[in-house]
Design a protein around this ligand. Structure first.
Ligand SMILES: NC(=O)c1ccc[n+]([C@@H]2O[C@H](COP(=O)([O-])OP(=O)(O)OC[C@H]3O[C@@H](n4cnc5c(N)ncnc54)[C@H](OP(=O)(O)O)[C@@H]3O)[C@@H](O)[C@H]2O)c1
Length: 287
């Protein structure tokens, strides 16, 4: 199959390109220099030229604070971008696989969110990503929207820069006698390698629709840090931080655990417990 991956040099895009290539597919790895998703002409031209059977969009403006400061740009990239891709994919009869986020929810539920739960984003990022979902769903029937959470991968996250949470914890542990992490935000850390495997598995079906796509289980950032230090035998004083130590400039859901209900119902869920994905990332087990 011919697959176009957008955001190909990003944290997730890098692993998706690799996973499709390992699967023997013909992968067109598109970076921001190759395509501007906010521009319909750029999108149409590139997809008409390549004519892939599947388009995977990982590109987004997802730095939450920057989205709040520049809502028009966030809307252009996160909402109109997927719309442009959906229009162009429909023209060439390609399937569009759009990556979305747990931040479409408000975190009030306190038990894992299923695909049928009503979204209620708390910030510009979540709102614009949700608009992107709606544009995709209303523009082309041949789509899969995958909502995921708390990604970490070997390639750096380009939007956020710096280290992912795992590498940051290991660095802080080397530099400091104590690490303090908040216990008040519950997520499901999801390895980009696992999510990439899920994207490939789903691409082999014609099961279109909305999917929650995260590792199994959940934890607070504090519990995530504790597991990182336990698996790497890192001896460090780890303490719970008062949320006031790291005041959030933008509201975020304090609970954004997703249940992969639709994937499971269709027998397509490939995710394991988040601790397994972390072990694989750390090189403790290899699948
Ligand atoms: N990271 C997380 O924890 C997380 C959690 C839930 C959902 N998500 C979603 O997962 C997806 C992938 O995240 P990631 O961590 O892999 O992000 P990333 O490392 O920042 O990669 C994003 C990629 O998209 C490209 N891009 C950005 N704007 C573009 C545009 N207007 N047109 C074309 N390409 C553009 C970037 O290129 P440049 O850097 O050159 O601009 C980069 O290659 C995003 O859709 C995000 O909303 C992420």
């Amino acid at each position: 199959m011919k697959i176009a991956v957008i955001g190909a040099n990003g944290q997730l895009g890098t692993d998706i390109v690799r996973a499709f290539a390992q699967n023997g597919d013909d992968v067109c790895a598109l970076t921001h220099a190759d395509i501007e998703i906010a521009d319909l002409d750029s999108v149409s031209r590139k997809l008409q030229e390549l004519r892939p059977q599947i388009v995977v969009n990982t590109a987004a403006m997802h730095h939450v604070e920057r989205c709040e400061q520049a809502p028009e740009t966030a809307y252009a990239v996160n909402a109109l971008g997927p719309r442009n891709l959906a229009l162009a994919a429909r023209e060439i009869d390609a399937v569009l696989m759009q990556i979305s986020t747990d931040y479409v929810f408000d975190g009030e539920k306190r038990s894992p969110y299923e695909e049928g739960d009503p979204p209620r984003p708390l910030n510009v990022y979540g709102n614009t990503k949700l608009s992107g979902e709606y544009f995709v769903q209303s523009t082309t029937p041949k789509h899969c929207v995958l909502r995921t959470s708390a990604l970490y991968g070997k390639a750096p996250c380009r939007a956020k820069g710096g280290l992912n949470f795992v590498e940051l914890m290991l660095k802080l542990a080397k530099e400091r006698g104590e690490v303090r992490v908040v216990d008040s935000e519950v997520v499901t850390p999801t390895s980009t390698r696992e999510l990439a495997r899920q994207v490939v598995a789903l691409s082999r079906s014609d099961a279109y629709g909305l999917y929650h796509a995260t590792a199994e289980g959940s934890c607070s950032w504090f519990e995530f840090a504790r597991e990182i230090f336990a698996l790497t035998n890192t001896r460090i004083k780890l303490n719970v931080a008062d949320p006031k130590e790291f005041p959030a400039k933008v509201p975020r859901p304090s609970y954004s655990v997703l249940e992969n209900r639709a994937l499971k119902n269709r027998g397509l869920n490939v995710f394991r417990l988040w601790q397994e994905g972390l072990r694989e990332y750390l090189g403790i087990t290899v699948r």
